[in-house]
Design a protein around this ligand. Structure first.
Ligand SMILES: [Zn+2]
Length: 328
């Protein structure tokens, strides 16, 4: 996995602690925009004392390179420390003991193409020098995984460690508690399951929640800027309620984004869904679930059943290999 791009840095000057953003664009409350004259050479990681520097990003080139937003990266030779919560890189040599019987701690890191996930993260608190700590220290032993692409979610499913997956937690969300896996991966309805994960998501959003999610959708294809999924049929107080996921392919500078969903079939879409008002359709009540896609890394054609099948195969192969490995 590539170098982590950090959306914020810490500037500590005596008693004064500032949180610095890479640019003045979309400045969040309580943040300062990066100013080379003041901050250059004096920034550190939000979680530890690793030194960081500013990267101004690269512009979007039509039809070519997708571009990168401004961000912070670790200085060459600088290492993230023992207390750091970011997923470790090989060079960090961190001694954190992870408990691999626990679920993964999933960090969504999509800053180089979208800052919609990089909200003030609820599961943390600050120490006196502004370093972030997990409010719940028990989470520290969950092995961290960085997700920069929806393909990384597919890879986790293909590993076939389903109990571990179900126990995984998703950190990058604007709420005090991390998301549970089944609140994050929203499967399209299967057989008689009545789309309960979609219904759960709809209820959380209806109460004013905001969260990242991976939606599994089923489309007849066709392309265009808005791709509509077949409806998820649910019941609400005995009445039919259709939840219709709609994907907005929205990047005028990278035409490949528009072309990423032309074929019919199932797709996984990573984004921050928004719920429409409820209205009366021809066959019953309808609510749209809108999700915006600005980068191809948010979409892939995939069927969760097939990914799980691959995972099961992998798991059974692992089991067969184990006795042999033990004998060596
Ligand atoms: Zn760090």
């Amino acid at each position: 996995m590539s170098e982590l791009l950090m959306p914020e840095a810490r500037f500590a000057d005596g008693a004064r602690v500032e949180i610095v953003q890479p640019s003045a664009r979309d400045l969040r409350p309580g943040r300062m925009p990066y100013a080379a004259s003041e901050h250059k050479g004096r920034l550190s990681c939000m979680f530890c004392d690793a030194s960081l520097h500013h990267n101004a990003g690269t512009p979007v080139i039509a039809g070519g390179h997708p571009g990168r937003q401004a961000h912070f990266v670790t200085d060459p030779g600088s290492r993230h420390g023992e207390t750091c919560l970011l997923p470790p890189r090989p060079q960090d040599g961190r001694a954190t003991e992870y408990d691999d019987t626990l679920g993964w701690r999933i960090h969504i890191n999509t800053l180089d193409y979208s800052d919609q996930f990089n909200l003030a993260a609820g599961p943390y608190e600050r120490d006196e020098e502004g370093r972030l700590r997990l409010k719940n220290p028990a989470l520290k032993t969950h092995r961290p995984v960085a997700v920069t692409d929806v393909k990384h979610i597919a890879t986790l499913i293909r590993r076939g460690q389903f109990d571990r997956l179900r126990a995984s937690l998703v950190m990058m969300a604007d709420r005090a508690q991390p998301l549970a896996w089944d609140e994050f991966l929203i499967r399209y309805m299967r057989g008689g399951d009545e789309g309960y994960r979609y219904k759960g998501l709809m209820n959380r959003l209806a109460w004013g929640g905001r969260q990242p999610a991976v939606l599994e959708i089923v489309t007849e294809g066709g392309g265009g800027r808005c791709v509509e999924s077949q409806p998820v049929r649910t019941l609400q107080r005995g009445l039919r309620l259709d939840i219709i996921p709609r994907v907005w392919l929205d990047n005028r500078d990278d035409t490949r984004v528009m072309g990423s969903m032309t074929g019919a079939g199932r797709y996984l879409v990573l984004g921050v869904p928004r719920l429409s008002q409820q209205f009366e359709g021809r066959k019953g009540l309808v609510r749209y679930l809108n999700i915006s896609v600005t980068d191809r890394r948010q979409v892939m054609p995939a069927d969760i059943d097939r990914l799980m099948e691959e995972g099961r195969l992998k798991a059974s192969r692992r089991k067969r290999q184990l006795p042999g490995l033990a004998a060596e």
